[in-house]
Design a protein around this ligand. Structure first.
Ligand code: NI
Length: 259
């Protein structure tokens, strides 16, 4: 059995002390591929550095809605740099990008501009996108309807919102489940898991955040992705091996890692 953790932040400073020692354990734990996702300029550079150091991880580059500089000129400069970084062979998607009106309401217009501009870059470079959306479901869907994303993408740590999942699937996107589906207060997790065809599900840890049950509250690592696979297996009444295999294939297909 092999797992593909489709969204981690091994570039986070919480891994500065033991990053490469930890990565060395992954293969023993059946984690044979994982993405290190960028969220700002520094984080994207670090993700690429890790991907170049280590053959079984790939990177994404992007400015997240929570990392938008206040100054618009600065934003365009950073996005230009993201475009350059994304030409690196180990960059397999633009992200994470999107909208977050939970943490940041004041710069809504700038978030929208950054999101659309980075979709343009993804299309130009023939890459999929990794979407972050929080408290912005309708706006996110509207942007995707009005700005065709050629290579589609994934709703990372997808909000457990029926309407969003339905529309996202219609638009051709993948749904990525994180540790949130294992939380005891995630009341509709099973309903949402059952809505998504098996060939459109990805699994992710979002490490170092969102550690799943039964290790909730600890520093999360890709090794815990098995708990998310386990929850999906239990909900769909299939084996964890099948979940691992399907989600692995899906991630490879989306990120162009076939063969
Ligand atoms: Ni993330």
């Amino acid at each position: 059995m092999e797992f593909f953790d489709s969204h981690s932040h091994l570039n986070d400073e919480k891994f500065d002390e033991d990053r490469y020692n930890l990565i060395e354990q992954f293969k023993k734990e059946n984690i044979t591929r994982f993405l290190t996702c960028g969220y700002n300029l520094e984080g994207s550079k670090k993700a690429i550095e890790i991907a170049e150091e280590c053959d079984f991880t790939y990177a994404t580059a992007g400015i997240s809605p929570n990392d938008i500089p206040q100054n618009e000129d600065e934003l365009w400069k950073e996005i230009d740099e993201i475009e350059d970084l994304a030409k690196n062979k180990k960059v397999v998607a633009i992200g994470e990008i999107g909208l977050d009106f939970y943490w940041n309401k004041e710069n809504r217009e700038l978030q929208l501009k950054a999101f659309k501009k980075q979709i343009e870059i993804a299309n130009k470079l023939n890459l999929p996108i990794v979407i972050h959306t929080r408290e912005a479901v309708m706006d996110t869907l509207q942007v995707l309807k009005e700005n065709n994303v050629i290579n589609k993408g994934v709703f990372h740590c997808c909000p457990l919102n029926r309407e969003l999942v339905k529309e996202a699937l219609k638009l051709g996107f993948y749904i990525s489940f994180s540790g949130v589906v294992t939380f005891k207060n995630a009341k509709n997790a099973e309903e949402i898991i059952n809505m998504v065809p098996l060939d459109r599900i990805l699994i992710e840890t979002d490490s170092p955040y969102l550690a799943p049950e039964p290790v909730r509250g600890t520093r999360n690592t890709p090794i815990n992705v098995k708990f998310i696979a386990g929850k999906i297996a239990q909900t769909r009444k299939i084996s964890i091996e099948e979940v691992a295999k399907q989600t692995y294939e899906n991630a490879c297909r989306l990120f162009g890692l076939l063969g």
